[in-house]
Design a protein around this ligand. Structure first.
Ligand code: GLN
Length: 485
């Protein structure tokens, strides 16, 4: 077996047993990156020297018999909106094109302590706004299953990198689906933990009440491993939940027996492609095989989730992005006076989708409109949350498709924002309700394109969710999917 074909858990075990060295691992993945990147373009920055240097250090620790963390020697790709000390962090935006953070995000610090090796920073939609990675200011990323198609977004680079095994692990961020939807499009596993489970310290803010960092991996076991490293209470994030980290051994037990699973009626209805529904319902049978009891459930307010999100997310974004003014961070375009300097900087620094969100959000928050838009959206958000609470009185897990459609062609939706926004119709309600949810491959459609299944859990009950996901993967003979290239 080629090194790049190994799972993260296998790599970590082989490194520990000294069957392979961290340097060998890194070299193998860097070679793979060199081979794949011209076609896929998953990375904005690749950091080979740094990766080799870290591998060398881990090797020295290993030889001295010192404790080398659970991810020792395992390469990881990091979405380019997560701060990495000394490594450029662009958010795929001109405005941060040359921004080098002076500190590490908490998740990056935890990864380094666990011995993971950062191989690069991945492409994304600018400031995580989008569903296709076409909103990157630099270049689009290509789906490894079909290079003419998008990898999804906004964590499209992370998803494509793992799908093509340029790295066994990646981190993404999910505000309305940005981990799960690209995972679905690229045939891998993508997990958004409960809001507050993983620290957001050092994640460049998009919509602060929705943003959450999470793993993108080729299989459920690796997802569990990575989650166990990053799910730590962090006093540096005031929304971080002061809860103990779920024990790794407890999560690594596949189990679905006796679980009550609800299929969300509204997310199998209008707007969901027939073949997607079929694939997801076929996949659910594997859970029944494992002893789960499956029934339909209705969440009537879900039809308001998309409009609700597109008030809340742009409102928070307009406030968060006010800091990019040519003074404090990144790009500055000189002009005659301070106001013209602000205007020129923001005009040249932001792309069209980011500008659209800033305008929508500023309007929704402005005096006289706040009550009609933002406050109303918050009330609708509560109704959606209550629908979930009610469903979880009866069910342990809820299931829907991850995306209503399979991966679409590059260029197909870029001129129609509303069509693009529809790509997140199944994932957005979960962020509004602050719940954990995981996307798992449900198989390939008749065109050979991946279809994803979304499992939604109760708040902070990631253990149940991940065990169920593990049981599903074990029962489905197609999984984990092989790298498409
Ligand atoms: N596609 C959604 C948006 O454009 C979600 C993005 C995300 O989760 N970051 O806002």
């Amino acid at each position: 077996m080629e090194i790049f074909g190994l799972t993260a858990r296998e790599i970590s075990e082989k490194v520990r047993k000294k069957e392979i060295s961290p340097k060998e691992v890194v070299s193998a993945f860097l070679e793979r990156v060199e081979e794949i990147e011209p076609k896929v373009r998953a990375f904005i920055s690749i950091t080979p020297e740094l990766a080799m240097e870290t591998a060398k250090q881990i090797e020295e620790h290993l030889m001295k018999g010192e404790d080398i963390g659970l991810l020792a020697g395992v390469p990881i790709a990091i979405k380019d909106n997560i701060c990495t000390k000394g490594i450029r962090t662009t958010c795929a935006s001109r405005i941060l094109e040359n921004f080098v953070p002076p500190y590490d995000a908490t998740v990056v610090k935890l990864l380094k302590e666990a011995g993971a090796i950062i191989v690069g920073k991945t492409n994304m939609d600018e400031f995580a706004m989008g569903s296709s990675t076409e909103n990157s200011a630099f270049f689009p990323t290509h789906n490894p299953y079909d290079l003419d198609r998008v990898p999804g977004g906004s964590s499209g680079g992370s998803a494509a990198a793992v799908s093509a095994r340029e790295a066994p692990l990646a981190l993404g961020s999910d505000t309305g689906g940005s981990i799960r939807q690209p995972a679905s499009f690229c045939g891998i596993v993508g997990f958004k933990p409960t809001y507050g489970r993983v620290s957001r310290y050092g994640l460049v803010a998009f919509a602060s009440s929705l943003d959450q960092i999470g793993p993108l991996t080729a299989n459920v076991g690796d997802c569990i491993l990575l989650f166990s490293i990053i799910a730590q209470y962090d006093p540096l994030d005031s929304t971080s939940a002061p809860l103990p980290t779920p024990p790794l051994e407890e999560m690594l037990v596949p189990e679905a027996k006796g679980l009550k699973i609800g299929l969300v009626q509204e997310l199998f209805g209008e707007g969901i492609e027939e073949e997607v529904k079929e694939k997801v319902l076929e996949a659910v049978k594997y859970l029944e095989e494992k002893g789960a009891i499956v029934e339909w459930v209705s969440l009537p307010h879900l039809s308001y989730a998309l409009p609700c999100y597109y008030i809340i997310a742009p409102s928070e974004a307009s406030s968060n992005l006010a800091r990019y003014d040519g003074v404090k961070y990144g790009l500055r375009v000189e002009a005659d006076g301070i106001i013209p300097m602000y205007m020129e900087t923001r005009d040249k620094g932001f792309g069209p989708e980011v500008k659209r969100r800033i305008m929508l959000g500023t309007y929704a928050l402005s005096a006289g409109y706040y009550d009609a838009y933002y406050l109303k959206a918050l009330k609708v958000r509560t109704l959606i949350k209550r629908d979930f609470d009610k469903a979880f009185e009866k069910f342990d897990i809820l299931i829907s498709p991850t995306s209503p459609i399979p991966p679409f062609k590059i260029g197909e939706k870029i001129d129609d924002p509303l069509k693009m926004y529809m790509a997140d119709i199944c994932t957005i309600p979960i962020n509004l309700a602050a719940l954990p949810a995981i996307s798992l491959p449900a198989g390939l459609d008749s065109q050979g394109l991946p279809v994803g299944l979304q499992m939604i859990g109760k708040p902070f009950e990631e253990v149940v969710l991940l065990k169920t996901a593990f049981a599903y993967e074990e029962a489905n003979p197609l999984l984990p999917l092989k790298p498409p290239i």
